[in-house]
Design a binder for this molecule. Sequence first.
Ligand code: MN
Ligand code: MN
Length: 474
Amino acid sequence: MERETAWKKYSATDLDAVNALAEDYKAFITENKTERECCEAAVEAARAAGYVALEDAIAAGTALSAGAKVYATSHDKAIMLVQLGALPLEMGANILGAHIDSPRLDVKQNPLYEKDGFTLLDTHYYGGIKKYQWVSIPLALRGVVAKKDGTVVRVSIGDGPDDPVFCVTDLLPHLGAKQMEKKGSEVIEGEDLDILAGNQRTAAAEDAGGDAKGANSASDKDAVKAFALTLLEERYDINEEDFLSAELEVVPAGAARDLGFDRSMVIGYGQDDRVCAYTSLRAQLALANASLKRTAICILVDKEEIGSVGATGMESAFFENTLAEVMALAGEEGHLRLRRALKASRMLSSDVSAGVDPAYGSVFEPKNSAYLGCGLVFNKYTGARGKSGSNDARAEYVAHLRRVMDEANVTFQTAELGRVDAGGGGTIAYIPARFGMDVIDSGVPVLSMHSPWEVTSKADIYEAERGYEAFLQA
Ligand code: MN
Ligand code: MN
């Protein structure tokens, strides 16, 4: 069975729409590089589309009926949007779920130190990265510092036009003979992913001892680190201890860009899984004024890259709790009704899939792999070895989705994540499937997944949004 590229079917008007979406998408992922930033942007977009905060609706005791639109967040890192349909929720919702965390380097709690005249920040990597990819590229620092007095200082350095950036250094090849003999996972070790953050020192007069005798003299001890701390105090009103209660993420600096002579692709950071999160959010908001039969839900969660754990991950009760609150306001209160709603729901676990890479063809089985440009990918199952850890969607559900996609003229493809026994991976799909609902992985194919600069096709982004919209309306 051949698969067709979506590019073939586009009219000039379609191409305009493909490119317009890509422009918005590039702006979104350039602007929003952390889960907090994505959550905040989603709140803003939801409010603009007429959504109200669930907590406000609860406080006001607002009765929700068909057409009502509410959103809830979890610790500013996960968000759920609900637009009520005409049917009772007990009969199930159509749900899009994506994740807004991406692999990165997290600044440690006690990160600052000085060595050989440099200020450095110690990090602990987050998610599955190839560590060697994170050296010698410009990096930005984004996140928050929560102070003891309750204020939360936002930090974003490295993406403004005049901002400085940071980097992790690498060894020059002239002295790298021994390093190059190491295996890939050890070429750069986790503890060596430290961020270069300064080299200037405080003026000699500011030292307690006063006599400058070069970088290693006793009186100069930590003068470079002291200089960095002075700057942090001046610009952000934070001191060294405040790092204890900070969440600072080190991410690639720079904007998402067009890739290729034909500008058919996007290269950018964090496309796993913001390409699916953004298109899911867009699809949900596109229906804001539509009257739906089934309730439409879009949930964007954190912590997928480390196992969906924690209060903001899919394993948390955020999803169930929010649904229970909405049902109560819709006059469908009760444990049993909630369980029925969960079981009767359908979900697309909107997550990226591995696209066939011509440079690494041997890890793909050509008939059952995703190709860039061939549309929205459905992974009936993921997992490793004998499908271990996978959510294997049932055939009847796949048939339903084929019907929905064909009726909406969405270009889609089916795939596995690579050859049998080549490796594997997982998503959030198996978690909501526990409730008995139908869930399948569906998303955009990506090249260089989990690298600082991932690659997607504009056609797939477009087909994903259209497919998600069709799914919500089905
Ligand atoms: Mn993912
Ligand atoms: Mn991932």
